[in-house]
Design a protein around this ligand. Structure first.
Ligand SMILES: Cc1ncc(COP(=O)(O)O)c(C=O)c1O
Length: 385
């Protein structure tokens, strides 16, 4: 029996993080919205074409800002995939919304865009497509149905940095979008996030909500001669120390992405034969989507098989992990809602999906080790039971 020799995740450091943080500390500007924040925001606006980018302390915070900006009121309905992180729904529940959960596709865990229209009622205010594993949802279909019914779209792009849909950057298509820089993501800041605003109507109010309900940003730009309390809001902006860390990551975005893509490809090529023989399903990237190599997952045939595979890997020093539990079956949702939908695809991913170790420093030899353990499991272990 080995100790856990290959972790599931290891934060990637580029080497400049501490240097820039030191710079932030010793220039004496530590609170938010300083030079590093502005540099990061400009980077996102220029590279991905967002009308406005605002750094936040997490993706959850960015989603909460979206819920406020969409003016979600008690009784409004918000359509969210059930196979997602709690924050995709919770940010809207905090405004009093009723969450209407949607099922995933059979081919990948993203929301099934063809099933959204049937969930729309006169109370529907927002649709929240989540780009699982950084792979795009079918945004043309989602925007078409949303525009037809005058509904806002908030992309949960927590995992989707530097990924595209039909050539358009994810996060630039919906009215609003939220990204995460949590330490498990491709680009990290420990905890951190980004609000991307694509609809001009929201820009001014977003800055106010970001700055505790005040028009302080306008004051700092010299647009008004005093600032005060003008709206609701909170302290959503991170300190310059966090922005400095993030800047060191952004400078190395392409290097990080290329390495992750190589690791992803290595896994994918190595497990093709298991898929061909029907043991597993590998991630399916639709023609309209790119792959930002945020995650490498496989889908097993049953919960029992997945549990045994995770144990087999753990016993051999490799930490592989399952992912979301169906939100429509969660304690919180079932306690507060009478109608529990039947979402079989979501439940299947909750039971059968397993994520393999994925991080910048993962070595080829380690990947080969993981591949042979997985193959070993399916070729030998399953038949000997
Ligand atoms: C799809 C999705 N949305 C939102 C979040 C929340 O991100 P954060 O931890 O930055 O608040 C996560 C976190 O992993 C996520 O996977």
């Amino acid at each position: 029996m080995y100790m856990n020799k290959i972790p599931f995740n290891k934060p990637c450091l580029t080497g400049k993080e501490a240097h820039y943080m030191y710079q932030a500390v010793y220039t004496g500007k530590l609170s938010g919205n300083g030079d590093f924040t502005k540099k990061c925001q400009k980077f996102f606006e220029t590279k991905y074409g967002f009308k406005k980018a605002l750094l936040t302390t997490s993706c959850t915070d960015a989603l909460e800002m979206c819920a406020i900006l969409c003016d979600v009121q008690p009784g409004d309905e918000v359509i969210v995939p059930s196979y997602t992180f709690v924050s995709s729904a919770l940010a809207f529940v905090r405004q009093g919304a009723r969450i209407v959960f949607a099922d995933s596709m059979g081919t990948n865990p993203n929301i099934d865009a063809n099933k959204i229209e049937a969930l729309i009622t006169p109370k529907t205010k927002v649709i929240v497509p989540v780009h699982y594993a950084g792979v795009a949802c079918d945004m043309d279909k989602i925007m078409e149905v949303a525009n037809m019914h005058n509904i806002l779209v908030v992309e949960d792009a927590a995992q989707a940095i530097d990924s595209h849909y039909k050539g358009r950057p994810l996060g630039s298509i919906g009215h609003l979008a939220a990204f995460s820089f949590h330490e498990t993501k491709n680009i990290i800041a420990g905890e951190g996030g980004l609000l991307a605003i694509n609809d001009e109507r929201f820009v001014r109010r977003a800055e106010i909500i970001w700055e505790k309900g005040t028009n302080r940003s306008e004051f700092f730009r010299g647009e008004v001669n005093k600032y005060g309390w003008v709206d609701t809001g909170s302290s959503f902006l991170p300190s310059e120390v966090i922005a400095a860390f993030l800047w060191a990551q952004l400078e190395n975005l392409d290097i990080i992405q290329n390495k992750r893509k190589a690791i992803w490809k290595h896994y994918y090529e190595g497990l093709k034969d298991l898929e061909e023989k029907g043991f597993i399903k590998q991630p399916e990237i639709p023609n309209y989507a790119t792959n930002n190599a945020h995650m490498f997952y496989i889908v097993c045939r049953s919960l029992e098989e997945r549990t045994a595979l995770i144990k087999h890997l753990k016993d051999n020093g490799v930490l592989a992990v399952f992912h979301y539990l169906s939100l429509h079956l969660s304690d919180y949702y079932t306690k507060n809602n009478a109608d529990i939908p039947n979402l079989p695809e979501c439940d299947r991913y909750a039971d059968c999906l397993v994520r393999l170790p994925m991080y910048y420093e993962l070595e080829e030899a380690s990947i080969d080790n993981i591949l042979s353990l997985v193959k070993n499991f399916f070729y030998e272990f399953t038949f000997s039971r």
